[in-house]
Ligand binder design. Structure first.
Ligand code: PGA
Length: 250
């Protein structure tokens, strides 16, 4: 079992196109050779241009979502085939902002994971509980429901191409980071769920990122936890120095 750490920047709906190109270039320039996998997920409008900046670098391109259908009358949506053509490798699926603002359900997450795998894209599947759910002692139940619903019918071979991101909703964009112990406990639980469904080999190889107010100052401690294999970074990925600081911590 050896899991290559993976650090992904989720730019969300931020940066202009030229600004995004400059940010990507600064990250590429600032990277020293490392064993860490790095992914940048800009808005759709930036993909081809940011992709061109990343072309001869080890940094990979990711998208923030996709639609599960291939093509057709789905105004506003982007398909896996389109993302492939834009040279995207990773796709964030089931982010809590999609779940809470745009009606993402475990069923739509499931369809999106399937479509990614059919297309040869790697989904980064987000799960996580709200503060209310944590306070009422339902964290594990929520994680289990999201995992079992999202991965329903997905074969073990497919899971090998997936990354999971544990993102407690209360930590996203709030500056309130989960403690190392809270994060490790949730990650161990998530890995245990995958072990129960897919067995120890698949679970042991699965990379589980932490996301939610990860910063250069707290990254090393979180990433040192045995079940934390990387980070999904929002706010701190919009500044090259802080994103590079997190990569160095990994
Ligand atoms: P944050 O966002 O780092 O700004 O908390 C993380 C995410 O939503 O992926």
């Amino acid at each position: 079992m050896s899991r290559t750490p993976i650090i992904a920047g989720n730019w969300k709906m931020n940066t202009g196109i030229a600004q995004g190109e400059a940010l990507a270039a600064a990250i590429v320039d600032g990277m020293s050779p490392s064993q860490v996998e790095v992914v940048l997920c800009p808005p759709y409008t930036h993909l081809t241009r940011v992709g061109a900046v990343l072309a001869n670098s080890p940094v990979m391109l990711g998208a923030q979502d996709l639609h599960w259908e291939d093509h057709g009358a789905y105004t506003g949506k982007v398909s896996a085939a389109m993302l492939k053509e834009a040279r995207v490798n990773y796709v964030i699926v089931g982010h809590s902002e999609q779940r809470s603002y745009f009606h993402e359900s475990d069923e739509s997450v499931n369809r999106k994971i399937s479509r990614c795998l059919i297309a040869g894209l790697h989904p980064i599947v987000c799960v996580g509980e709200t503060l209310e759910e944590r306070k009422s002692g339902r964290t594990n139940e929520v994680l289990s429901t999201q995992i079992r619903g999202g991965f329903a019918g997905i074969a073990a071979q497919g899971v090998r191409h997936c990354v999971v991101a544990y993102e407690p909703v209360w930590a996203i964009g709030t500056g309130v980071v989960a403690s190392e112990q809270q994060a490790q406990e949730a990650h161990a639980f998530i890995r245990g769920e995958f072990e129960a469904i897919y067995g120890a080999m698949v679970a042991g190889d699965l990379r589980i990122q932490y996301g939610g107010s990860m910063k250069p100052q707290n990254a090393a401690g979180l990433l040192a936890q045995p079940d934390i294999d990387g980070g999904l970074i929002g706010g701190a990925s919009l500044n090259a120095e802080s994103f590079l600081g997190i990569i160095r911590a990994a």
